[in-house]
Design a protein around this ligand. Structure first.
Ligand SMILES: *[C@@H]1O[C@H](CO)[C@@H](O)[C@H](O)[C@H]1NC(C)=O
Ligand SMILES: *[C@@H]1O[C@H](CO)[C@@H](O)[C@H](O)[C@H]1NC(C)=O
Length: 226
């Protein structure tokens, strides 16, 4: 067998191996005592998830980026149109656009060059539900969460809305809170979140204490009300 023939015989198997190696999985669990409507974008959409249920998503190649959040107090008609109190994505059950604030979110990103996964739990779009993200493969184990029970109840009055607590950038839209230019620092408002969720992204330049990494192609569990 010449080497070209050998390679062309082997190629489908090599591709299959590569494929298997890059498949990752998100297990999204609702441990809240009530129904929630989680969403995953840009791939995944959104659905209803009753208390105790798990939604498993498998991605064959990637994704390069994903955000996971949950909507609360939703009503939808049989065609999947309706609305939610928090996290609403244009009134659709199966989301195609990001949710409106406030909503706690877990984020995942792939660095093609570093061959690493980045992940975090963020309150840059505010907070509506306790949330935890945990790597489940590749020997990666560092769990990150924002799950302080009193965030909505004790939310500063300027940030408080029905069902959640806004990030100060959403409300005030100033450079101080949004870091539109240059360096910025934590604020008393962002410290309200940081003191309760030390692993969470609480203002736009919160990276050093809030971004975690795993080897490329790690799978994750995302738990609401951990
Ligand atoms: C929701 O949208 C995704 C694409 O974003 C699609 O793969 C999925 O099948 C849709 N689910 C339903 C129930 O329509
Ligand atoms: C939203 O849903 C929760 C859980 O079912 C419930 O306790 C709460 O009263 C609802 N809030 C509103 C404003 O309907």
């Amino acid at each position: 067998m010449n080497s070209l023939k050998f390679i062309s015989t082997l190629l489908p198997f090599l591709l299959l191996l590569l494929h298997a190696a890059t498949a990752i999985r998100f297990d999204i669990q609702n441990k809240c005592s009530y129904t929630i409507w989680p969403a995953v974008l840009p791939h995944g959409g959104g659905r209803r998830l009753d208390s105790g249920q798990t939604w498993t998503l498998s991605f064959q190649n990637g994704p390069k980026l994903a955000k996971v959040w949950a909507r609360t107090n939703c009503t939808f008609d049989s065609s999947g149109k309706g609305k939610c109190l928090t996290g609403d994505c244009g009134g659709q059950l199966n989301c195609t656009t990001f949710g409106s604030p406030p909503h706690t979110k877990a984020e995942y990103g792939l660095n093609d060059f570093g061959r690493k996964d980045y992940y975090d739990v963020s309150v840059l779009d505010g907070y509506n539900l306790p949330m935890e993200m945990t790597p489940t493969t590749n020997g990666c184990t560092r769990s990150v969460k924002c799950a302080a029970e009193d965030i909505v109840a004790n939310c500063p009055s300027q940030l408080k809305v029905d069902g959640g607590c806004q990030n100060p950038c959403t409300v005030f839209k100033t450079t101080e809170y949004c870091c539109h230019a240059g360096e910025c620092r934590p604020t008393d408002m962002s410290r309200f979140f940081k003191s309760r969720c030390r692993d969470a992204f609480t203002y736009p330049q919160d990276d050093p204490t809030s971004t975690f990494t795993c080897p490329e192609s790690t799978s994750y569990r995302v738990v609401f009300c951990p």
